[in-house]
Design a protein around this ligand. Structure first.
Ligand code: CUA
Length: 396
């Protein structure tokens, strides 16, 4: 690209310019692709002239295939479709399923629309500037244009966008009404400890999965025992940090049923990217049924394989870290496994929830989630691992 510039320009025009710091930006127009150059030159006075020279001389240069006008449209279309395909799904802030997410998506679209309008205006002015004949301009008019376009317009636009962007904050940060469902979430390395407070009953403890009733406000109380995490369910609300020694709050109201994915949005260590969770929004009846079921302890199975798995679970010391209510296992270091078989994933979204994945998790924990606290139990015979996996899968 630098050679092109040099070829296209009379040597003397560049003089002492520092070519190394020249940036070349391709821009499509009706006939061909134009290159706008931004460079730093030691002879600053001639900088604008050089830009114009560069752009004009390069207009007729042949470009790679996709840059040609007939392909450029297709190229832009394909890229746009590819990008837009990422706008949906269970973890998209652009497909809101909660009041807070709705507000945020609205801000995003207004900001985007504003950005597009400004971008088009700037590009149009640039093309105009490149195309007008290089002649002396009215000094006063030019100064007005620079002050107006460079200082006044941006100040107005940014102030309007700032006020518009900040306006929903009080609403987004407001606590849920008194008596709303309250869920405590603690960010662990690297999973989510979840506790539902049920008035008059024992709290319900689970991991990596949150269920909510549709249309009802809920308040999350968030904290962390060691490092900072960030709790984010893009489809339902904005993100909020989980800070050791502090309790942060997040209120939201889901507006439709469905399965949504949440993630940790703050780097928190080696397996930060393997720390996701699911939020399932139910109707009120389904939610109440689910919560009542979560409160029940495990009912021991009479079948031989799960019984062997249970025996191994207790004998191998799993109960030192995990709780399975209804058994002697009552550890609190790792996730509560009382109803682990009913969850959508294991290892905080790392693997699907089935016996095969559970076996892999138990035998090669470190391979699934690097630096995880849980030791791998790959030394156990395969039948034992299978029995353990089948036992855990059966904890519905
Ligand atoms: Cu937890 Cu990143």
């Amino acid at each position: 690209m630098e050679r092109l510039l040099l070829d296209g320009l009379p040597e003397k025009e560049w003089g002492n310019s520092s070519i190394n710091r020249t940036l070349v930006v391709p821009i499509s127009n009706r006939h061909s692709i134009m290159f706008l150059t931004f460079g730093t030159s030691r002879s600053r006075g001639r900088h604008l002239n050089q830009q114009m020279y560069a752009s004009r001389d390069l207009l007729s240069i042949r470009f790679s295939r996709w840059c040609r006008p007939q392909y450029f449209g297709q190229f832009v279309f394909s890229i746009s479709m590819l990008i837009l395909a990422g706008c949906g799904g269970p973890q998209s802030a652009l497909e809101p399923a909660g009041h807070a997410a709705q507000d945020i998506a609205e801000i995003f679209w207004w900001m985007t629309a504003g950005g597009v309008v400004i971008w088009i205006a700037v590009i149009a002015l640039t093309i105009y500037a490149v195309r007008i004949p290089p002649e002396a301009h009215n000094q006063r008019r030019t100064s007005y244009l620079i002050i107006g376009g460079g200082a006044i317009v941006p100040t107005i636009v940014l102030t309007v966008l700032l006020v518009y962007g900040l306006a929903p904050l009080p609403h987004l940060l407001a606590p849920a009404p008194e008596g709303s469902l309250r869920i405590f979430v603690s960010g662990e390395q690297w999973w989510w400890r979840i506790r539902y407070e049920v008035p008059g009953k024992e709290p319900v403890v689970l991991a990596n999965e949150i269920r909510l009733p549709v249309g009802e406000p809920v308040e999350f109380r968030l904290d962390s025992p060691d490092v900072i995490h960030s709790f984010w369910v893009p489809s339902l609300a904005g993100k909020i940090d989980m800070i050791p020694g502090r309790t942060t709050r997040l209120a939201l109201t889901p507006t439709r049923t469905g399965v949504f994915r949440g993630a940790c949005a703050e780097y928190c260590g080696t397996s930060h990217a393997l720390m996701s969770f699911y939020v399932i929004v139910h109707t009120r009846e389904d939610f109440s049924r689910w919560l009542a079921h979560q409160q029940t302890p495990v009912i021991p199975s009479d079948a031989a394989v799960p019984a062997r798995g249970r025996e191994l679970f207790l004998a191998s010391g799993c109960g030192a870290c995990h709780t399975v209510r209804g058994t002697p296992a009552n550890g609190v270091i790792g996730p509560d496994l009382t109803h682990v078989g009913s969850r959508l994933s294991i290892g905080a979204g790392s693997l699907p929830n089935n016996a095969e994945a559970l076996l892999r998790w138990i035998a090669r924990t470190e391979h699934v989630k690097p630096e995880v606290l849980m030791p791998a139990f790959g030394m156990l015979p395969h039948e034992d691992l299978q029995a353990l996996a089948i036992y855990l899968e059966g904890l519905k």
